[in-house]
Write a protein that binds this ligand. Sequence first.
Ligand SMILES: [Cu+2]
Length: 169
Amino acid sequence: MTRLTRSILGAAAVAGLVATFACGAGSSSTPTSPTPSPSPSPTPSPAPSPSPSPSPAPSPSPTPTPSPSPAPSPGSTATITITSAGVSPQSVTIAVGGRVTFVNTDSRPHDMSSDPHPEHTDCTATNQAGFLTAGQTRQTGNYTVSRTCGFHDHDQPTNRNLQGTIIVR
Ligand SMILES: [Cu+2]
């Protein structure tokens, strides 16, 4: 081998080295590994709020049933007025269970009693009126039997103006 050849070979070798360096330097860019994007943290799903239990609708308070007013006492009433001339009217009619009111407008007392005189046993309710002073008003008891009740003034049993009848029916 000649010196020339050796020299060329040497130059070639150097050139190759240079080329090798140049190449290496040129491709010196290091590949950047992609930075992993942070995985999104899962957003916590909100705990389901308990749905409010529906409050029961208030039931309407029952309307109190009005208690029926007490029935009026059965029967009826009639009024007999006593004057110095006698009783008026001399006959009244009432229903069973009714009463009679005696009003003494006379200036003297009268004793209204049931027939017959002097027992006064036919309609004892009449005897509850009984003795009336001047100006007094008194009521008989309740007549519970359907019948005709004669009455008189016990102090003047024969005075027909002070006699009368109470018809109960
Ligand atoms: Cu009598």
